[in-house]
Design a binder for this molecule. Structure first.
Ligand code: ATP
Ligand code: MG
Length: 297
């Protein structure tokens, strides 16, 4: 390791110890936040999944990513200590879109005690016998915690719609039910943010090919992903409609350009750090009179 970078690491550690985070190079106004305004109708094919603000390679953003991670760690510590507010982070994407990678890279270093990841597959028989929100509500975070949904209640207006698993008169009212569910969470001090990791169809092809070609990645390849790929356009339409119907002031969607994995991680980390900062968690006040205390031998 180079001397300079060792010094930098030590500086970062110091900043962490003191509960301080190094100044972020760029203020939130200086970067695109990819937030979808309420009532805005996005067209996914018109959004460039390759964009990266002119950054060309991973190493261009590593320092800022680290700073954003430190912000998240610092704010998460306060969120936990204060125990008044929580945060639900929803991750949705097409297959190979990078939900797992984003979790790994953005949350590395976050105290696992205050954070829970819930992954949702097709409902089991017990879940299927309940209202569609039941299993998600059970996994929603408590105050003091960050909950990450790897797939979510949105599957019930995505795969369920595309694959005709229930008729339209059942899935269509779900947009409103979802808005009500998220409103209920926010009214109970659980903030909600939602990410759609936007990759292009070509990029999905490349990622599937690389899973096939690399023996260490082959376990990730599922022939089911090919079946789903055949419905690409239908899924894109379902995402556009879901985002349109449910990007609200209180629970916004972010459409993140995700062809470049390192840029995706940075854009997500910024949005999460900014959301936590807006929650503004504070360490609870210390007991009075602590300055007079000495710890007996
Ligand atoms: P990986 O990155 O490991 O592939 P994944 O999230 O794609 O992660 P899979 O086990 O491959 O996990 O896929 C989960 C499947 O469960 C998806 O095809 C998804 O559409 C399906 N699923 C999730 N929720 C529902 C639901 N409510 N109804 C029907 N199918 C669902
Ligand atoms: Mg999969």
């Amino acid at each position: 390791m180079a001397k300079g970078s060792k010094k930098k690491d030590a500086k970062k550690k110091d900043a962490k110890k003191n509960g301080k985070v190094e100044a972020v190079v760029r203020s939130p106004e200086a970067y695109p936040d990819y937030r979808v305004a309420p009532g805005e109708r996005i067209m996914l094919p018109a959004i460039d999944a390759n964009q990266s603000e002119g950054y060309e390679r991973k190493r261009d953003v590593l320092d800022e990513l680290e700073e954003q991670r430190l912000r998240i760690q610092d704010l998460q510590g306060k969120l936990y200590a204060e125990n008044k507010h929580g945060l639900l982070i929803v991750l949705q994407a097409m297959d190979t879109g990078g939900k797992d990678g984003a979790i790994k890279h953005v949350f590395s270093g976050v105290n696992p005690q205050g954070c829970r990841i819930s992954s949702f597959k097709a409902p089991n028989p017990e879940e299927a016998n309940h209202d569609f929100l039941w299993r998600y509500h059970k996994s929603a975070p408590a105050v003091g915690r960050i909950g990450i949904f790897n797939r979510s209640h949105y599957e019930d207006v995505l795969v369920v719609r595309v694959k005709n698993l229930v008729p339209e008169e059942v899935w269509r009212p779900r947009y409103e039910l979802i808005n009500n569910f998220e409103w209920n969470l926010t009214q109970n001090n659980i903030s909600v943010i939602k990410f759609y990791l936007h990759i292009s169809k070509d990029e999905q092809k490349r990622r599937l090919e690389s899973r096939l070609a690399d023996p260490n990645k082959r376990w990730k390849f599922s022939t089911n992903d090919l079946k789903e790929r055949a419905y690409w356009e239908d899924y894109q339409r379902a995402f556009e409609d879901a985002i349109y119907a449910t990007s609200t002031e209180y629970a916004p969607w972010y459409v993140i350009p995700a062809n470049k994995k390192w840029y995706r991680n940075l854009a997500i980390a910024r949005a999460i750090a900014d959301t936590l900062e807006a929650i503004d968690p504070q360490f609870p006040p210390a007991e009075k009179g602590l300055e007079k205390i000495t710890i007996p031998d």
